[in-house]
Design a protein around this ligand. Structure first.
Ligand code: ADP
Ligand code: ADP
Ligand code: ZN
Length: 213
């Protein structure tokens, strides 16, 4: 089962991708998480990526595409995978399509979670991410049992630097300009499924399960 998640920053891609990965026993591959891990470890890739992430810009395609293509060829991806945050540009989608076509494969499900821009700032300013395991919470919509403490691992919950309102506005512009065109790309490929992401987290997940079967 090869799945990609589409949607604006804060639409709920990560929240849903984690649940799908668990329910279908496939790896959750988040390029944002990969970059944040590299930043934490101080790698060359992390240093380069951070310059763009801090400004709310996309990391250049050439730093992303090979990394993802290598990752999906690992053994744990044999049964499929869920890509969260990739592809984000038409050249990335083309690189993915080409890499899959070499093996006679393609993306089977492109799940687009739709949330209007006016809801996004609220989503992002209330998002809290576990500094240790990456679990995602929301102060209002998905609060942790204990304030600022991760339900999964007990780690500290933080507001991501790029979730501050100014950066979010830039990321939304970048989304509309560079990522939203992917909706037409996957519609044409016949794999697009659109979901109303303003519904409750559980309702969105039920709809995704009914699509995936
Ligand atoms: P969100 O969860 O809000 O959608 P992500 O964690 O997916 O954000 O991504 C955070 C940042 O990492 C992006 O704003 C961008 O700078 C960078 N990034 C992640 N994935 C990609 C990608 N596929 N191409 C380019 N940049 C990316
Ligand atoms: P993305 O990966 O698309 O950037 P996240 O999954 O990180 O989005 O979700 C962004 C924020 O919105 C998080 O704080 C999350 O808890 C919250 N959230 C996710 N889905 C919903 C939903 N359906 N309704 C309300 N809040 C949600
Ligand atoms: Zn945690």
């Amino acid at each position: 089962m090869k799945i990609i998640m589409l949607g604006a920053p804060g639409a709920g891609k990560g929240t849903q991708a984690k649940q799908i990965a668990q329910a279908y026993d496939i790896p959750h591959i988040s390029t944002g998480d990969i970059f944040r891990a590299n930043i934490k470890e101080g790698t060359e890739l992390g240093k380069k990526a951070q310059e763009y992430m801090d400004k709310g810009l996309l990391v250049p395609d050439e730093l992303v595409c090979d990394l993802v293509v290598d990752r999906i060829h690992k053994d744990d991806c044999e049964k499929g995978y869920i890509l969260d945050g990739f592809p984000r540009t038409i050249p990335q989608a083309n690189a993915l399509d080409e890499a899959l076509a070499k093996d006679g494969e393609k993306i089977e499900f492109a799940i687009d979670i739709e949330v209007p821009d006016e809801n996004i700032i609220n989503r992002m300013s209330g998002r809290r991410s576990c500094k240790d395991c990456g679990a995602i919470f929301h102060v209002q919509y998905n609060p942790p049992k204990k304030e600022n403490c991760c339900d999964v691992c007990g780690g500290e919950l933080i507001l991501r630097d790029d979730d501050k309102a100014e950066t979010v506005k830039k990321r939304l512009d970048v989304y509309h300009e560079q990522t939203a065109p992917l909706i037409a790309h996957y519609k044409e490929a016949g794999s697009l499924h659109e979901i109303d992401g303003t519904q409750d987290i559980k309702v969105v997940f039920e709809e995704i399960k009914s699509i995936l079967g």
